[in-house]
Design a protein around this ligand. Structure first.
Ligand code: ATP
Ligand code: MG
Length: 424
């Protein structure tokens, strides 16, 4: 026998039994984004490598070691997108979406990162990415957070996530802080983990979110980012906090929250859960005022976030928040027996026309009534519609209840389509 083919490690099939949960989540996301006036944009999955190298930053985990990069047949270096912000910015510049305009945009789909696969961390995963352009905040920063909060409430996740918030200041204040931090880290170099030693000069802020114990203890006395923040950024942050306070959204200010990508300034935030181990961030984002210019556009203020769909689904499942009905995809099953010929198929078409919301599965492939009833039961349908020779003769259908202890009944087509079980 030929060797069984396998999917690439860390790239998952999302099976038919899982997609209803995905669809349910996606509907809530779509609905919430529409409530706030966001429009969908779809961008390619592959871009020139230089977009991410320039956009995300050379010294980030993503660009250093996580990208799927390859040469195409024409010799161009291409990369499977590891995130969508840079793609949206590229698309916005190319299609003149930013000129004298405000934009509220979202996009979603698979992202690719060469990471060690584990629960909540995959090599192909999905994000919903929400990006705004042309607004300098802090109201838009707050809107993005309120939007996520509204979504968590609808999903029942509000009790299971906490908001961490920080400001990184402007580029100048970050530069000053960077120098102070490097000077401090140099004095404690021996206690740092290898990654942090390596990053110390190239991307010292990233040392702040090292998970290494030794590094963590050194950081206790490190210079504090907030002592270096410029006045305007400070004011921006105070106003953002005031909106969140007034709206009743709780948050923790975490001065060590810097986020993994280079392009952030001022506001950064993460929604975190303790239910998923070290894969605890379900959503993260912030302001990236410099990115559009960095990628060749005119300067445009921007703020956005991305949420990880797999992690959200894991969390929803862990907390038992997926409603039972979500996995139900068939309302009724049509079972035929005897010499009814093509009657069943045609009847099913008439039923679907009369009841547009009805999800009706025809028991194709024949078999005994018993095996068809078994299939009907397995489909999850609440009722079986049974048609034999008598029913065909009389233009009736026999309804059997598969989940309730009720006697079967026989009704005409008109009586049947008037029943609430068929309304869908
Ligand atoms: P982490 O610190 O967990 O590696 P990150 O900072 O790299 O996350 P972002 O680039 O901010 O993640 O992406 C936004 C969200 O996408 C994350 O909060 C997470 O929910 C999700 N995400 C990121 N990487 C992965 C992955 N490899 N597998 C599944 N989800 C992911
Ligand atoms: Mg990461």
């Amino acid at each position: 026998m030929a060797k069984q083919l396998q999917a690439i490690r860390g790239m998952n099939d999302i099976l038919p039994e899982q997609t209803p949960t995905w669809g349910w989540l996606e509907e809530h996301v779509r609905h919430t984004l529409a409530q706030y006036g966001y429009r969908e944009m779809r961008v390619p999955i592959v871009e020139f490598t230089s977009l991410f190298a320039r956009g995300i930053g050379e010294n980030t985990d993503v660009v250093e070691k996580e990208m799927y990069t390859f040469e195409d047949r024409g010799g161009d270096s291409l990369t499977l997108r590891p995130e969508a912000t840079a793609c949206c910015v590229r698309a916005g510049i190319q299609n003149s979406l930013f000129h004298n305009q405000q934009q509220r945009i979202w996009t979603s789909g698979p992202m690719f990162r060469y990471e060690r696969p584990q629960k909540g961390r995959y090599r192909q995963f999905h994000q919903v990415s929400v990006e705004t352009f042309g607004m300098d905040g802090p109201d838009i920063d707050a809107e993005l957070i309120l939007l996520t909060w509204s979504l968590w409430q609808k999903l029942g996740l509000d009790k299971h996530v906490t908001l961490e918030l920080n400001t990184l200041g402007d580029l100048e204040s970050r530069k000053k802080y960077r120098e102070a931090l490097i000077a401090y880290l140099e004095q404690h170099k021996d206690s740092l983990d290898e990654d942090s030693k390596r990053r110390m000069y190239a991307n010292p802020l990233r040392v702040l979110d090292s998970k290494d114990r030794g590094t963590q203890s050194v950081l206790g006395d490190a210079p504090k980012l907030h002592d270096y923040i410029d006045d305007e950024s400070r004011e921006h942050f105070v106003k953002l906090c005031a909106i969140l306070d007034d709206a009743g959204v709780k948050y923790i200010v975490n001065q060590r929250l810097v986020r993994g990508l280079d392009y952030y300034n001022r506001t950064v935030f993460e929604w975190i859960t303790s239910a998923l181990g070290s894969q605890g961030t379900v959503c993260g984002g912030g302001r990236y005022d410099g990115l559009v210019e960095q990628l060749g556009g005119k300067p445009v203020k921007a703020c956005g976030f991305a949420m990880g769909v797999e992690r959200l689904i894991l969390l929803l499942e862990t907390c038992n928040l997926v409603p039972e009905g979500v996995n139900k995809t068939v309302d009724a099953a049509l079972v035929t027996f005897g010499e009814v010929g093509t009657y069943g198929m045609v009847l099913a078409e008439r039923l679907r026309e009369a009841c547009p919301n009805l999800r009706l599965q025809v028991s194709c492939g024949g078999g005994s009534v018993k095996s068809q009833m078994k299939r009907a039961d397995k489909s999850g349908a609440a009722i079986a519609l049974v048609v034999g020779e008598d029913e065909k003769q009389n233009g009736t259908v026999t309804v059997k209840f598969l989940r309730e202890d009720k006697p079967q009944l026989t009704c005409t087509f008109d009586e049947l389509v008037a029943r609430e079980e068929l309304a869908g």
